[in-house]
Design a protein around this ligand. Structure first.
Ligand code: SAH
Ligand code: SF4
Ligand code: F3S
Length: 455
């Protein structure tokens, strides 16, 4: 067996893509290794969303170069090094220039060609030369056809990509350029993957898309399927106990999808609905296609059908031109919405995006101060949400082992991490992968502790 090491950066879409690459390379005789030290092929599945994420890739390549040098001094064969994902798509030529140790560069829509590229690259290195292969084609459907799920990992919770790419063009964001335009997988393809997961005993499925609620896949009769309809179908025709979806755009949060939250028991009471800023002036400059009032109306409608829903979001502080007053509107919005949790970032100027060229960039110390203030408020909200869970009994899907042998970790319906001591190593093996009733006994800033509830 040859050895494959893949490092995944960025979003869940990359996690899913990594699983697909592992799948496709297993058919080529590669098995996964946990370290690059003994790998025949190293793949970095990269993220371009913020400058820090992209720079991390170059420092990892630097570290891998040292490893390669050590290996060649020891007379061992060098591994093939591939850079995949969004940095590859955006900066293919730059990577080749800055990092001559990289053998292959391929974008998110070319993974199905990885086996062929690896074979070709292998032949070239056997002849003593370093290969320089690049593939940054953006035609999506071909990839999905070639990479549909062949194997299913043992976990009880799985991702299923139904939509990829984005046509929204928020003025700060690289995704429409790195992932290409919006593409919805055909209904039958999605169901084929869903059926495989179902047959493998998966209990929780998370439907993925950069704008997943804009899903509009067609079926063989050329009928269009909305995300709402797809969720209803999955709930009726599979045994999935939990259905989640991410990430949603406020603009595409239809009444039909909101109704699903009130009517479909398997649709979990958690929604990640990024708003980015609480200032109308700023969301307009971000080209977000919604206002703060329309966002609040959407949230009100969701809470009307599912009062306990846990809301999550993304925020950017320090977008060009953001004043103190704009930022305070973000703080007001956060206090008003009461998020169960949320992610917040300092605006990062991304090459090629419309906001990057603006002259009214916010100074970095101002961005840091705003981020700290916002995060303190979001932390307070998350803590309050977690505290409110204490004493309640919740269903938890025990997905993985915890730090102690008798401990398992899972998620509540509201996406909170719950640590459960099941009372022994053997019991832990028995309960791993099960959905159980858990009484929450204490809450921390990022997680809950619970015990099995026998009633
Ligand atoms: N498609 C999703 C998420 C895309 S990226 C959506 O629209 O919600 C995830 C998050 O990264 C975004 O929601 C945004 O908050 C953040 N982000 C994107 N570009 C950024 C940039 N240039 N600087 C800082 N944060 C950014
Ligand atoms: Fe980026 Fe906006 Fe598309 Fe999300 S909706 S991926 S933030 S352009
Ligand atoms: Fe990053 Fe690409 Fe995802 S830029 S956030 S890995 S879509």
């Amino acid at each position: 067996m040859k050895k494959l090491y893949i490092k995944t950066y960025g979003c869940q879409m990359n996690v899913y893509d990594t699983e697909r690459m592992v799948d496709v390379m297993a058919h080529e005789g590669y098995e996964v290794t946990e370290t690059p030290d003994d790998a025949d092929l190293v793949v970095l599945n990269t993220c371009h969303i913020r400058e820090k994420a992209a720079e991390k890739v170059y420092s990892d390549i630097g570290r891998l170069r040292l490893l390669q040098d050590r290996r060649s001094k020891a007379g061992e064969k060098k591994s093939l090094l591939a850079v995949a994902g969004c940095v590859a798509q955006a900066e293919g030529a730059e990577i080749q220039r800055r990092a001559p140790t990289v053998d292959m560069v391929f974008g998110p829509q070319s993974y199905h060609r990885l086996p062929e590229m690896a074979r070709q690259a292998g032949k070239i290195t056997d002849q003593g030369a370093r290969p320089r292969l690049v593939d940054t084609d953006l035609a999506v459907s071909e990839k999905f056809a070639a990479l549909s799920r062949k194997s299913v990992s043992a976990g009880k919770s799985a991702f299923l990509t139904v939509q990829e790419g984005c046509d929204k063009f928020c003025t700060y964001c690289v995704v429409p350029y790195t992932r290409g335009g919006e593409f919805s997988r055909p209904f039958e393809d999605v169901m084929r993957d869903a059926d495989r997961l179902n047959a493998a005993g998966v209990l929780e499925v998370t439907l993925l898309g950069q704008n997943v609620n804009a899903y509009h896949g067609r079926d063989a009769d050329d009928q269009e399927w909305s995300l709402a309809r797809l969720i209803r179908h999955l709930a009726a025709h599979t045994d999935f106990k939990r259905i989640r979806y991410t990430t949603s755009h406020p603009h595409d949060m239809t009444d039909e999808l909101i109704a699903v939250h009130g009517e479909v028991a398997q649709c979990m009471p958690y929604l990640h609905l990024p708003v980015q800023s609480g200032s109308d002036r700023i969301v307009k400059a971000m080209n977000r296609h919604h206002t703060i009032a329309s966002y609040l109306r959407t949230i009100e409608a969701i809470r009307a059908v599912r009062p306990d829903i846990a809301l999550s979001g993304d925020f950017i502080v320090g977008f060009p031109g953001e004043s103190d007053a704009d930022f305070q509107q973000t703080m007001d919005l956060v206090r008003q919405v009461n998020y169960a949790q949320a992610y917040s970032f300092m605006y990062s100027e991304r090459p090629g995006t419309p906001a990057a060229g603006r002259e009214d960039q916010v100074e970095s110390h101002v961005k840091s101060a705003r981020l700290a203030e916002l995060q303190a408020e979001l932390d307070r909200g998350q803590r309050a949400f977690n505290d409110a869970a204490v004493g309640r009994v919740m269903t938890v899907l025990l997905e993985r082992e915890g730090r102690e042998p008798s401990q398992l970790v899972g998620r509540s319906p509201y996406m909170q991490a719950v640590h459960v001591d099941v009372g022994g190593r053997e019991l832990a093996q028995k309960y791993l992968g099960q959905m159980v009733e858990v009484k929450i006994v204490s809450a921390g800033p990022r997680s809950l502790k619970g015990e099995l509830s026998l009633t």
